[in-house]
Design a protein around this ligand. Structure first.
Ligand SMILES: NC(=O)c1ccc[n+]([C@@H]2O[C@H](COP(=O)([O-])OP(=O)(O)OC[C@H]3O[C@@H](n4cnc5c(N)ncnc54)[C@H](OP(=O)(O)O)[C@@H]3O)[C@@H](O)[C@H]2O)c1
Length: 349
């Protein structure tokens, strides 16, 4: 099994390369700068692995002989579509670590036919948030006969963003400031206000203030779950920080990403509230530490499964490509599904 990592000099990619190496999977490092690739290979102990320098015109060639591509080169809105196309042309399965909602929708809308014709499976956004969220939403849907609404809420404490995450936020500032897409009544819309603006997190007594956020799960979940409305929320304080434009020159001066210690002290909580027509429903919960380390584990496991298990060709949501409960336990994520608690507005004073 041989996997190409594109954008291999980046922060997230080096964690992916480390995970490939830990699992004994052959890696090919691909990127646009020879010296940065050499430094990354040395840093992760893969100095002897093949390295290929590629620009837009030679990308397909650079993936030759690989079974799959893991693309970590963000902002994906700028360069991702060309990488997916090159992977398909090279006959490689494809996954990426993107969190950019509009990029993700474009891949579903434009490349499904080509992937099917070539017999290749493309599963974008296999990161710490979208993949477990998409899988847990599928497991919730298996337990309910009808779902009116799914609200996805992300809360992350500690750690801090990588330079690449800040660049992706800057690149998609419009979506961040408007809250991005909501799925409603059979289609995706921008500009719809959030129906929910607070959540009582598990173990908390007080509500946390939330704001609309362009989460990728809003694009993937309606592809396999029959639901009237899906919206994404993140902590209001985080949304306010990310919506403030940080100059690119300032981002360049920051550390490339959180230190290993900071990663391990970071906690994420992702909540999926599915409401049924009678006002009840189920709550899915995914919790863990270290968003970037978790993304590396998930991306490698996703690419490995596409190669080993032959998912159907096309552009797929995670739950269309992988058996949900089995994948979640394989990557060691803590998750649960329980009755949905009453929202803060329904509670007696
Ligand atoms: N939950 C989530 O949503 C989630 C989780 C984890 C990661 N991510 C995403 O993963 C991406 C990577 O993050 P990171 O921290 O690793 O970023 P990073 O350290 O800045 O690395 C980005 C990599 O992409 C390459 N690159 C950038 N623009 C390119 C272009 N136009 N053409 C070709 N290559 C390009 C860079 O190559 P050079 O060295 O040549 O500049 C570098 O190798 C970000 O978009 C981040 O948002 C999302």
């Amino acid at each position: 099994m041989r996997i190409a990592v594109y954008g291999a000099s980046g922060y997230q990619a080096k964690l992916v390369l480390t995970e490939l190496s830990r699992r004994g999977i052959d890696a090919v490092l691909v990127g646009r700068d020879a010296e940065r690739l050499r430094r990354a290979a040395t840093e992760v102990g893969l100095a002897a692995s093949p390295r290929r320098v590629a620009d837009r015109t030679t990308l397909t060639h650079s993936f030759a002989g690989c079974d799959a591509v893991i693309n970590c080169a963000g902002p994906f809105t700028a360069s991702g579509q060309a990488v997916v196309r090159a992977a398909i042309d090279a006959g490689c399965h494809y996954v990426d670590t993107a969190g950019e909602q509009l990029y993700l929708k474009t891949i579903f809308d434009t490349l499904a036919g080509e992937a099917e014709r070539r017999g290749v499976t493309v599963v974008p956004a296999v990161n710490d948030g979208c993949l477990p969220g998409d899988l847990v939403a599928h497991l919730i849907a298996d337990r309910l006969t009808s779902i009116d609404q799914i609200t996805v809420s992300h809360v992350i404490v500690g750690g801090g963003p990588s330079r690449g995450s800040l660049r992706s936020a800057l690149h998609t500032l419009d979506a961040l400031t408007t809250g991005g897409l909501t799925y409603d009544n059979g289609a995706w819309h921008s500009g719809l206000p959030a129906r929910n603006t607070s959540i009582v997190l598990p173990g908390a007594s007080e509500p946390t203030e939330m704001a609309k956020f362009p989460l990728p799960e809003v694009v993937t979940i309606p592809r396999h779950v029959r639901v009237g409305h899906v919206e994404g929320l993140a902590e209001a304080a985080l949304v306010a920080r990310l919506s403030t434009s940080v100059p690119p020159e300032l981002i360049d001066t920051l550390p490339e990403g959180p230190t290993p210690e900071a990663r391990l002290s970071q906690r994420f909580t992702y909540v999926f509230d599915a409401t049924t027509p009678d006002g009840r429903g189920l709550r899915g919960l995914v919790q863990g530490v270290d968003t970037y380390g978790t993304t590396a584990t998930i991306a490698v496991e996703a690419a490995r499964r596409l190669i080993a298990d032959d998912a159907k060709p096309g552009v797929l949501a995670p739950a269309q490509a992988f058996e949900a409960a089995d994948f979640l336990s394989a990557v060691g994520l803590s998750w649960s599904i329980s009755p949905r608690p009453s929202p803060p507005s329904d509670r007696p004073c």
